[in-house]
Structures are given as C-alpha cells and as structure tokens.
Ligand binder design. Structure first.
Ligand code: HEM
Length: 382
C-alpha cells in the first residue's frame, strides 16, 4: 500500500485556474513534472518565480550566498502582525544579531538540559491518549498539537499547557492559524512593494491578543530574572544572553517577537510531524509493533533516546513524505544565472522540500514508505 499523495494538476492551465487551484490546495495546484525537473520557471506578465530542485543550486541559495537571497518579503507580509521582527522574518545584519543571542541557548549539550521538561510533556500526552486504544478511528492532530504546545511551554517558560496563560495562548494560536497560513498566496503573486497589505480584522485582533499574553509572560520573567527567582529554562537563557559584539540583550518587545515565532514555528511543525508519524504507523502495523518493542527500552535518560534507531528512521520517513514546511521562498537581489538561464533581480526563488523529498531522480521508490532506506546508500547520500 502506498501512503496518500495529492494528485497533480494538468500540465497546461491558465493563470486564473492556477490561482484558483492554489487557493484550494497548493500541492495539487502543481504539475507532475516538478517531481522530475531540476528547475521550473513560472513566468507571467507581472512576476517570475523559479522552483529550484537542483541540490547544487539550493546549496548556492541557502549556504554559499544566503545574503544575496533574502527571505521573500511576501511571505513575511502575512505574518508580520503576529511575529513583528522575529528571526523568521528578518534578514541580513538584524537576523545575524538575533541569531547571535538565540543560538547559544539551543547549542549542543543544552538539549540535554531541556530533556526533563520534554519527558514530562510526553508522559502527560500518553495519559491523555490512553483511551485511544479502543479500535475506533481518532483524530490525532489535535492531540499532537496539544503535546507540541505543552513541550514549548514547559521548555521555554517552565509551565505546562494547563497553565491559564499557556492555555489562552494555545487557543488563540489555533484560531490565528485558521485565518492565516504560513505560506500564503501573496507569496506567489507579488504585487509592487508600495501596495498595501490587507489583513482580515479577525487576524489582526487575534495577533494582538496573542502578543498581549506573551508580553505578560515575558515581563513576569524579566522581573523574576531581576529578583533572582527565574527558573533555568530557555526563556531565562535567551533573555540573559548578551550579543557578544554589542553586549546588548533583547528588549521585552524583541523577546515577544521571538517567543511568538518559537511558538508558531515550533508547535505547528512538530505537531504535523508527529501526527503523520502516528498516521503512518497506523497504516503499517508491522512498523508499529517494531517501534513499540523498541520503546520498551526507553528510560527517562536523555541518552536512551539515541538508541531508538527504528523510531528515528520512521520519523525521518514521515518528515520526508510529509514535510511540515513544504515550501520556502527567497528573492534574488541581483541578476543571476540558474542552470544557464538568466534570472532577473526581484524574482521569487521557491525551494520545495515537498518536491525534493519525492524527486524521482534523487530517490528510489520516492512515494513509498520505506524506513529501511535510511540505512542504504540512497538514504545516506541524499
Ligand atoms: C519537525 C519540526 C520542525 C520542522 C520540520 C521545522 C522546519 C523549519 C524550516 C524548513 C525552517 C526554515 C524556513 C526558512 O528558512 O524559510 C525553519 C525555521 C525556523 N524554525 Fe523550525 N522546524 C521544526 C521545529 C521547530 C521548533 C521546535 C522550533 C522552536 C524553537 C522552531 C523554530 C524555528 C525558527 C525560530 C526558525 C527561523 C530560523 C531563522 O530563520 O533563523 N522550529 N523551521
């Protein structure tokens, strides 16, 4: 049995039809040839975009010359009311400064320090889902969303999701996501920069409510840091880290921007990855049994997680087949040459984990579920 995959659209459609399909479902709006092509140009009288599947080109955009390919402004437009100047939206020097302050809290051994908080969230999720083993179908996404939010609050602010403010932030975020998707249509149909961006008033209201709640949490924490009562969690670590170049720490406003993105980026993505993993395990019971057996060896020690090899491979396969961030968009800042084609300044460069992960020239059996691939040459070399 093959895991589900959205069908592709016909090769030729009008721009109008494309936009209609896109609104319904971004993946079904794409033609099948993108699973074979190294690059595809999308040209209209108003804008050009280039989907790039060639690993060398992706390396150039993300690793060799990232400053020349900033994140597209169009993606940020829809998220700015909530995320302000968070690291997800900034570019250049601002982004580098923010990362100098954030990165030390997430480096190497520090994951070990947050592990007890993650373990506690995992135990709580297991208790909540106990009744699920009743042979009936269950909607798993609300459960994984709950669990992911719990991990974020426990690791960041040392509070469980049941905390009153945490529950309110979680509820508001879910309604925000209903009105505003991370990857919005505006990213693909860029208008001129002077064009005003309209937000639904509901979106703006929800963003304001979320930011007010996060500001409360951040201010309380600043106070606790001053009085020496702050727990040693991620929020304290980040808020007490100074930029080694300027000696400055984040202001409350800047920290609110970062907490908003940690929550949005960390919660929706992890929830999706976990939900698809559990879905795939339900489709392939032999893997479910193998993982249950492996889980018997798990203890509350951080080091025991790295021994879960089969679990890791199933998780990788879920991330490959259903990447939580299916596409990302960058912009050219000067004329470029991609695969012997001239690309103008201001073009949108679309990087698509969705297509890369199922690319017919990169993978054996690209649409199949096969966790054993990660131990083969094909899995290791890609
Ligand atoms: C399975 C889980 C996750 C997936 C698949 C995922 C995926 C991604 C991807 C693809 C990007 C790059 C976006 C771009 O450059 O356009 C990104 C950025 C980011 N993610 Fe995640 N993410 C996950 C979990 C998390 C978690 C748990 C956090 C919480 C701390 C987080 C925080 C961020 C932040 C802050 C950025 C922006 C980084 C920057 O631009 O400097 N993500 N994520």
């Amino acid at each position: 049995m093959m895991p589900p995959k959205p069908s592709s659209r016909p090769e030729k459609v009008t721009l109008w039809r494309y936009l209609k399909l896109f609104r319904q479902d971004i993946l079904s709006a794409q033609p099948a040839k993108l699973y074979r092509a190294w690059m595809a140009e999308f040209r209209t009288p108003f804008f050009r975009s280039y989907m790039v599947n060639d690993p060398n080109l992706i390396h150039r955009v993300l690793k060799e010359r990232p400053d020349d390919f900033p994140k597209s402004d169009r993606i940020g437009a829809g998220l700015r009311p909530l995320l302000g100047d968070s690291v997800f939206l900034t570019n250049g020097e601002t982004w580098k400064r923010q990362r100098r302050i954030i990165d030390p809290s997430f480096e190497g051994g520090r994951l070990r320090e947050t592990f007890p908080a993650m373990w506690a969230a995992g135990e709580a999720a297991v208790v909540r889902m106990k009744g699920f083993a009743d042979g009936q179908p269950h909607d798993i996404e609300p459960e994984t969303s709950h669990a992911a939010a719990d991990v974020i609050f426990r690791t960041l602010f040392s509070i469980p999701i049941e905390d009153e403010i945490a529950t309110r932030v979680f509820d508001e975020f879910r309604s925000y996501q209903r009105t505003q998707l991370i990857l919005n249509l505006a990213a693909f149909i860029p208008g001129p920069r002077w064009m005003p961006r309209f937000f639904k008033s509901e979106t703006k209201q929800t963003a304001k409510a979320i930011r007010a709640l996060i500001t409360d949490l951040t201010q309380q924490r600043l106070q606790a840091i001053k009085t020496g009562d702050a727990p040693d969690d991620l929020a304290t670590k980040i808020m007490t880290t100074a930029d080694p170049q300027t000696g400055e720490t984040f202001t409350v406003e800047e920290m609110v921007d970062q907490v908003a993105i940690f929550f949005l980026a960390g919660h929706e993505t992890s929830a999706s990855a976990l939900a698809w993993t559990l879905y795939l395990l339900a489709l392939y019971p032999e893997w479910q049994d193998a993982l249950a057996q492996e889980a018997d060896t798990l203890t509350a020690e951080f080091s025991s997680v790295s021994k879960l090899r089969k679990t890791r491979d199933v998780f990788r396969e879920a991330l490959r087949l259903y990447p939580p961030v299916p596409m990302m968009v960058r912009e050219t800042t000067c004329p470029e040459n991609f695969r012997h084609r001239d690309v103008p300044k201001g073009a949108q460069v679309v990087l698509s984990p969705w297509h890369l992960h199922r690319h017919e020239r990169l993978w054996d059996n690209p649409d199949g579920f096969d966790p054993t691939r990660w131990a083969t040459e094909n899995g290791i070399s890609v």
